[in-house]
Write a protein that binds this ligand. Structure first.
Ligand SMILES: Nc1ncnc2c1ncn2[C@@H]1O[C@H](COP(=O)(O)OP(=O)(O)O)[C@@H](O)[C@H]1O
Ligand SMILES: [Mg+2]
Length: 312
């Protein structure tokens, strides 16, 4: 287990009656790409704003590199780069001016500031955009500039709020590449999304949040493994479908067999070994099995299951 760079400890933030974040705890290891997953209104932005020291916890704390956001927000700010889910409108500002403005905010001066801005422009691959106006760029390019801004002070932890939101497919691929490069560069990346398939490939681990409560944390593989004990199987037989249906209903773990497009579909509350044994029993019993498939449990599926009715 790697050392934690981000520790969220019993964090809560309510807005009146709305429990935007309701006692959540989890850690992100140094060097991880960590996904923060949840539907709209789940509490992702509220959590990220607290990590970014733009808001305070009501109870609990957040530590970045061991430093508390409550006790020493200044120090936390030097360790983190935050990309909000919106890009502010800066009329009449070129990309270079925009980055230079924020570099000043980090107290970079003279040649060091110019060098930093130039390095970021190069790293982000936005050299052609130097003199272009930020407010006239596409959403994908604006986001690139915004991410560049978050990197100016070389932070250890990057907090990206819904970075894939509103991007076209090509810009999404570019974003993924960029996230991989940043991770290879030793940065820890904490990013949120409600688009789960975007994250499954690039995240080492995820935390799933809904209505302010944490529903699951761990590696995507671990979460999938526990969910595989509830799967949907499909069996297609060349004949004897009704007999097969009755046979299936007698098997342990089989729930609710239904017919779908000539196949039998059923929920199966069991693991891999039991699934193998079930197929063997069907064949041994003489059923002419044409197909025997398990519906792929991708992260989107996982998300639906994880969020289904667990929290009111
Ligand atoms: N400043 C605020 N005042 C009142 N309610 C808020 C405020 N910020 C967020 N909320 C509410 O808190 C909940 C969580 O919001 P948010 O953290 O933005 O979720 P997410 O980013 O996951 O979509 C929502 O119900 C939202 O309406
Ligand atoms: Mg949000």
């Amino acid at each position: 287990m790697s050392e934690a760079i981000l520790e969220i400890q019993h964090l809560a933030r309510h807005f009146g009656d709305v429990r935007a974040v309701d006692d959540i705890s989890f850690s992100v290891g140094r060097g991880q790409v960590f996904g923060f997953i949840g539907p709209n209104g789940a509490g992702k932005t509220t959590t990220m704003r607290i990590i970014a020291t733009l808001d305070l916890p009501q109870t609990g704390d957040v530590r970045v590199g061991g430093v508390s956001v409550v006790d020493d927000p200044e120090k936390v700010r030097r360790l983190i780069g935050f990309m909000p889910d919106y890009t502010g409108v800066y009329a009449n500002t070129t990309v270079t001016e925009y980055l230079d403005f924020f570099a000043r905010g980090h107290r970079l001066r003279g040649p060091a500031r110019r060098r930093t801005v130039e390095n970021i422009i190069e790293f982000m691959g936005i050299g052609d955009l130097r003199e272009r106006r930020v407010d006239k760029l596409s959403k994908g390019l604006q986001q690139r500039v915004s991410l560049g801004r978050a990197l100016l002070h070389d932070p250890q932890l990057l907090i990206l709020d819904e970075p894939a939101n509103g991007l076209d497919p090509r810009a999404r691929i570019e974003l993924r590449t960029l996230i991989r490069e940043l991770a290879a560069d030793g940065k820890t990346i904490f990013l949120s999304s409600h688009i789960l398939t975007e994250l499954s490939e690039i995240c080492d681990a995820v935390a799933v949040i809904e209505k302010g409560r944490l529903l699951a944390t761990g590696s995507v593989a671990d979460i999938l493994k526990s969910l595989r004990r509830h799967r949907v199987l499909t069996v297609r037989v060349a004949s004897q479908r009704e007999q097969a249906e009755r046979f299936l209903l007698e098997q342990p773990g089989v729930l609710q067999v239904r017919e779908r497009n000539g196949s039998l579909e059923f929920d199966y509350a069991a693991g891999d070994d039991e699934q193998v044994a079930l197929l063997a029993r069907l064949v041994t019993a003489g059923f002419p099995v044409l197909e025997f498939t398990v519906r792929g449990a991708d992260l989107e599926d996982l998300f639906l299951k994880i969020t289904e009715g667990k929290v009111q």
